[in-house]
Design a binder for this molecule. Structure first.
Ligand code: NIG
Ligand code: FE
Length: 412
């Protein structure tokens, strides 16, 4: 009797058998295990290896045995999204196709501020319903962790509403959502000509939102059409007093020394970074700040200036890849598609793109418990109808995801 009880309690919750595991174990390579077996208990991997090395018959080892075709990767981690918003901005896209620039549209009262009007007009449940569609689309192509920013509310109640919606998405979908406060995204019309006073307000809201458990990190848009280095610094100092990590929309449209600034604060990531200078790269390397590449915005804005990819590589700066899912510059609803764009536009290898959307993306969020198929990590994984992992950076579109789990629980 005692032996029987021991066997039952030792059983794994789940065991997945697959032709190919893409573990990403180690610093380089896919970490392939062919004819693999992956097991978890209490939401954490407890066995990763070859099927023929299992210590017994699969059915005796686990409460649930699943056999899939294709490749299994760590669940994708989308470390930069603005997916909570209302409405869309397809009209602006048309204007840009006719020659208007992103900056000119913003200066004329469109751009981010037009999404602010839509978010303010939507009640929390409406905002949730519209945003859930996008979160589900990202999950439907392999994401199992999402970062979601505020930044279309730009007043206390509406920033709070956005962050509450982000938290509710995590609860409803059964995934980790990391929330980022981006109050310093744009100047709302009621503060026109008073950017410093607006930053005072942002620095006042942040501790209150944090006290409600709504903030995991802090971001800002440091740009000529955003906020100055001095204003960004004040936001970061407020974050530091609260012990909150920072990240930054840095050097997207011009070199504003944003990468060096966020590195100075030991930031998790500098994002976009198309115009980052050599000194910015060096500062990021010294601080361990991840470069988050956002090829969707690059693609949609028809940018030509590439991030300093070789300099990042030479300096050992980790490069993550994310969707930047937002209504203005990157209406991108698939991180796998983002990986393809990173390969095409930035010449990342498919392996680098996959590491960028898993291992390095986890780091860009300060999460150390996921990103690889390794014993002890969270059982977040995605099963794909492909025979080689390079296909994830290769196919455009299609329906490749067969199954996905977060902490061992089935999402798809
Ligand atoms: O990451 N650059 C600032 N923020 C977003 C765009 C937001 C918008 O246009 O709505 C970005 O590209
Ligand atoms: Fe962004």
């Amino acid at each position: 009797m005692a032996v029987a009880v021991a066997v039952v309690t030792d059983r794994w919750d789940g065991l997945l058998l697959a032709p190919r595991l893409v573990t990403l174990d180690g610093d380089a390579g896919y970490g392939l295990i062919d004819d693999g077996a992956l097991a978890w208990r209490d939401g954490v991997f407890v066995h990763v290896g070859r099927r023929d090395a299992l210590p017994g018959a699969p059915e005796a080892l686990a409460a649930q045995v699943i056999e899939v075709d294709g490749c299994v990767t760590p669940g994708l981690i989308d470390c930069h999204t603005h997916l909570v918003f209302a409405g869309e901005r397809a009209g602006e896209f048309e204007q840009r196709l006719q020659g208007a620039s992103y900056e000119a549209i913003a200066q004329a009262g469109g751009g981010i501020v037009s999404s602010v009007r839509a978010v303010r007009a939507a009640d929390e449940d409406t905002l949730l319903a519209q945003s859930l569609v996008r979160a589900r689309a990202l999950l439907g192509d392999g994401a199992t962790t999402l970062e979601i920013k505020s930044g279309y509310g730009l007043d206390f109640d509406n920033e709070r509403k956005m962050l509450r919606v982000a938290r509710r998405i995590g609860e409803m979908l059964g995934i980790t959502v990391r929330t980022t406060f981006l109050g310093a995204h744009a100047l709302p019309p009621e503060f026109a000509g008073r950017a410093d006073a607006y930053i005072d307000a942002v620095c006042d809201w942040l501790p209150r939102l944090y006290a409600e458990g709504l903030v995991d990190a802090v971001d800002a848009f440091a740009e000529t059409i955003g906020f100055s280095p001095a204003q960004t610094r004040r936001v970061f100092e407020t974050a530091r007093r609260l012990g909150l990590p920072v990240k930054l929309h840095a050097d997207q449209l011009s070199d504003g020394a944003g990468a060096a600034l966020v590195a100075e604060f030991g930031g998790l990531s500098a994002d976009h970074v198309e115009h980052t200078s050599a000194s910015g790269v060096a500062a990021m390397a010294a601080a361990g700040t991840v470069a988050v590449l956002l090829p969707g915005a690059f693609h949609v804005l028809r940018e030509t200036r590439l991030p300093p990819l070789d300099a990042f590589r030479a300096a050992g700066v980790a490069m993550a890849v994310a969707t930047d899912c937002n209504p203005g510059t990157s209406p991108l609803l698939s991180l796998r598609q983002g990986m393809q764009l990173a390969c095409t536009h930035f010449r990342l290898t498919p392996e680098d793109a996959l590491r960028g959307a898993t291992v390095h993306a986890a780091r860009a969020l300060g999460l150390h418990d996921r990103g690889r198929l390794v014993v002890g990590q969270r059982a977040d994984f995605a099963c794909w109808r492909i025979s080689h992992p390079a296909e994830l950076g290769y196919w455009l579109g299609g329906s490749l995801l067969a199954m996905a789990c977060a902490a061992g629980r089935r999402l798809i």
